[in-house]
Design a protein around this ligand. Structure first.
Ligand SMILES: [Zn+2]
Length: 273
């Protein structure tokens, strides 16, 4: 377990006597943990100030001194759950990790001036003094380890475009699409995402992308790098690439790291969603 922070967190809770501000001390934050938070009854007990009382699927934590309720948990989905009232400025904002992922693993030092640029920039947490993200760390170490596989880097826009297809996703988009095709220009890092109904639309989307680049820049992409997905193995696309002089670089089987640039991008997109 890699705990990145140990702090106090203030929760606003509804108890029978009204809304109560409740401070949890020594809260351990763990980046790989899911969104569930655990509260330890043992920690309450160790203070000697509280007792626990259970009735009708509700657990109440009460003060020894005056029997007042300080926390209530209801049995739902097989566990006793506390539902704090979410307030901007408290729990919400403490979640640096949430925002880091929602903003596509952005560097937290860009957050300092968010307030000046965006009207709602103040909902971002204060820039943390030290922030550690397991995915960024993994990616950075992968990138260094795999750099030789990537081959020579591009010198101009659209010398090399990374592309990948993701899906089918369990949940369809609002337009009932299940696949996501992403393009990422190696040189400019210009990125584009398309959503598809079915896998076989992929080669049409790829051609549309090439034509668009040609209209905008008066040249076709020089090369594409992709995995060995079956969606490229068709005569139509092969002919198209040949007619435009586009080189198709296929990454070696079972080495997704050599298509790492776009896979990383897709991972970020998924996190942002
Ligand atoms: Zn990250």
């Amino acid at each position: 377990m890699h705990a990145t922070d140990q702090e106090n967190v203030v929760l606003s809770l509804e108890v029978p006597t009204g809304v109560l501000s409740f401070t949890l001390i020594d809260v351990v934050y763990e980046a790989d943990w899911n969104e569930t938070c655990l509260i330890s009854w043992r920690k309450f007990d160790e203070t000697g100030l509280f007792y626990m009382f259970g009735k009708d699927r509700i657990i109440s934590v009460k003060m020894n001194s005056d029997d007042s309720v300080v926390l209530q948990a209801t049995l739902e989905y097989g566990a006793y759950q506390v539902f704090p009232i979410v307030q901007h400025g408290q729990i919400y904002i403490t979640s640096t990790d949430f925002w880091h992922q929602a903003l596509g693993h952005s560097f937290t030092h860009y957050w300092s001036n968010a307030k000046d640029i965006y009207a709602d920039g103040d909902i971002l947490p204060k820039r943390p003094s030290h922030f550690w993200c397991s995915q960024c760390a993994t990616y950075n170490s992968n990138e260094q380890a795999h750099k030789p596989v990537d081959g020579p880097r591009s010198k101009e826009p659209f010398d090399l475009v990374h592309t990948d297809l993701m899906g089918p996703s369990k949940v369809e988009s609002m337009g009932r699409k299940k696949y996501m095709r992403s393009f990422l220009d190696d040189f400019t890092r210009y990125a584009e995402v398309n959503f598809l109904f079915k896998k076989s639309d992929a080669s049409r989307v790829l051609q549309t992308f090439c034509e668009k680049i040609n209209t905008q820049t008066k040249r076709y992409p020089r090369s594409f790098r992709s995995d060995q997905g079956g969606e490229y193995l068709n005569a139509e696309l092969t002919d198209y690439f040949e007619s435009k002089g586009i080189q198709h670089l296929i990454t070696a089987a079972y080495s997704p790291e050599s298509n790492g640039v776009v896979e990383r991008y897709n991972q970020n997109l998924t996190n942002m969603v």
